[in-house]
Design a protein around this ligand. Structure first.
Ligand SMILES: [Cu+2]
Length: 497
């Protein structure tokens, strides 16, 4: 699923440009006065062409064992209650041997620990900003009240702290947390602020899935970075308005990682934690694996796949069967977008657990009523670089774009309007809700999207319908999760009351 860019000839491009500049246009247009369009076009063309030459990721040599994030301990010993302290802080990390790279992290130098919740838990989190700049703590995929969601309105100044409380009402899933300050999200995530959240429930615990954390249940945060000559992350130098991509792959912050596994089924919880790069995960042998979960919950049945594409912030849990393999087998997870080797596996001589995946894992369904609901909200994604808009507008913290009643299910129709260059994929995220994908261009979504989602990829000229219900009240963001697009204003607000 390469970024689709139509290769129009210069003449047809100019024709379209002249026509579009002259035509009266009823549709929402980017905030742009027509006098500066020519200049903008040159700028966009140049930027877009640069971006088309997205650097390939370097292959992992497999010389370092993959780092596994620590699981954060709860400060409460009461049953059904969890208390955490999460501190955003500056740090230094030896990503390259013998060199310290300046990074950001939660409760550590780089990235964050895993926060574990059970469905039904009452959660209290003390968030602390130990950075030199404002930040927020956003719980991506969690169905929490707006004031606990950590959007741009919940900004903490350096040295400030805030306690948030909520109850976990949603099912087992792999979520994550990251900052969301207005216009500064991309740089803070790029420098290392990201961590995982695991929710478990009675169902997930009874399914007999691989669940030994760090052994056969492995978190994988995929990110791409550019390091300068001093092996530092220099965001302003690396920044691309259309999405910052790097040439160096890190998984859980580990350079050149390998993963040692026993001869058993291993569950990988994949998170595309990159600012803008899309990954198509595949095994180097072309062998299949099973997808068991989407962003927000288990699929009804394991779905056999040969590859899976995740756009920024999407997750998937997959299970790879290593039970018939041994040290001779050179299996690796690759990125089929550029053929790079992401994660070579080393199969030990240890036999692990011998278990089958369950046939039935969940009871996710889309009712006829939901299928027949009229479209209540239209979202038009448009543009590139710093010209990105939603419904022709850029983010304004003082403007509420939509309202929705708490508990009501509404259909949102998301359309990715192509631009003069063809356009690009936008990963569309809604805060505070897990939603159901009803259709893609009128067709039933693929089986592996028939589960709870909080982010979906929308291709140029594609229309995706989703059924959205908010369980809590508050003001929530909806936006493109290409983080530079988000920072450039490709974001709106829905007020749930
Ligand atoms: Cu976008």
């Amino acid at each position: 699923m390469k970024r689709k860019i139509l290769l129009l000839s210069f003449i047809s491009l100019m024709t379209i440009f002249i026509l579009s500049a002259c035509a009266t246009n009823d549709e929402p247009a980017p905030e742009e006065d027509s006098d500066s369009m020519g200049e903008a076009m040159d700028h966009d063309m140049e930027g877009h062409m640069d971006h088309d030459e997205e650097p390939n990721l370097t292959d992992s040599t497999g010389e370092n064992e993959l780092e596994i994030p620590a699981a954060l301990g709860s400060e409460s010993d009461k049953e059904d209650e969890v208390a955490y302290t999460v501190r955003a802080q500056k740090g230094e990390t030896e990503i390259f041997d013998g060199t310290k790279t300046k990074t950001l992290g939660y409760n550590g130098d780089f990235l964050g620990p895993v926060l574990r919740f059970n469905k039904g838990d009452k959660v209290k989190i003390k968030t602390i900003n130990d950075l030199d700049e404002e930040t927020t703590f956003h719980w991506h995929g969690l169905e929490v009240p707006g004031e606990a969601d950590g959007g741009p309105h919940e900004s903490l100044k350096p040295g400030e702290e805030k306690v948030i409380e909520f109850e976990v009402t949603q099912e087992a899933s792999t979520l994550w947390f990251h900052p969301h300050p207005d216009g500064e999200t991309a740089e803070q995530v790029y420098n290392g602020l990201a961590g995982l959240i695991y929710i478990e429930d009675n169902n997930s615990e009874d399914l007999g899935l691989p669940d030994k954390y760090g052994e056969n249940d492995i978190p994988l945060i995929f990110q791409d970075k550019t390091f300068d000559d001093e092996k530092q992350l220099n965001y302003s130098a690396a920044m691309n308005e259309d999405g910052t991509v790097g040439d160096t792959s890190l998984i859980n912050g580990t350079l050149n990682p390998k993963l040692t596994v026993n001869q058993e089924k291993v569950r990988l919880r994949l998170l595309n934690g990159s600012n803008a790069r899309n990954y198509t995960f595949k095994l180097n042998t072309g062998d299949s694996f099973e997808q068991i979960a989407t962003d927000g919950g288990m699929l009804n049945e394991p779905e056999k796949l040969n590859e899976i594409t995740l756009t920024p912030s999407e997750r998937a849990e997959i299970v790879i069967d290593f039970s018939q393999l041994d040290a001779e087998d050179e299996l690796a997870l690759i990125n089929d977008e550029d053929g790079s080797t992401l994660l070579p596996f080393e199969v030990s001589d240890q036999k692990g657990e011998d278990s089958d995946l369950p046939d039935k894992m969940n009871d996710f369904s889309i009712t006829d009523e939901e299928k027949n609901l009229p479209v209540a909200k239209k979202v038009e994604l448009y543009g590139m670089m710093d010209k990105v808009t939603i419904n022709g507008k850029k983010f304004d913290p003082d403007r509420i774009d939509f309202t929705q009643e708490q508990g009501d299910t509404e259909v949102w129709e998301i359309y990715n309007k192509p631009d003069e260059m063809g356009g690009m994929v936008h990963p569309f995220h809604i805060h505070g809700a897990q939603y159901k994908v009803l259709s893609r261009d009128g067709e039933e979504p693929p089986k592996n999207e028939q589960g709870w989602k909080d982010t979906i990829s929308v291709e140029p000229d594609e229309t995706v319908k989703v059924a959205v219900q908010f369980k809590e009240k508050g003001v929530y963001m909806f936006h493109c999760h290409n983080l530079e697009h988000e920072d450039n204003g490709m974001m709106g607000q829905v007020k749930v009351e």
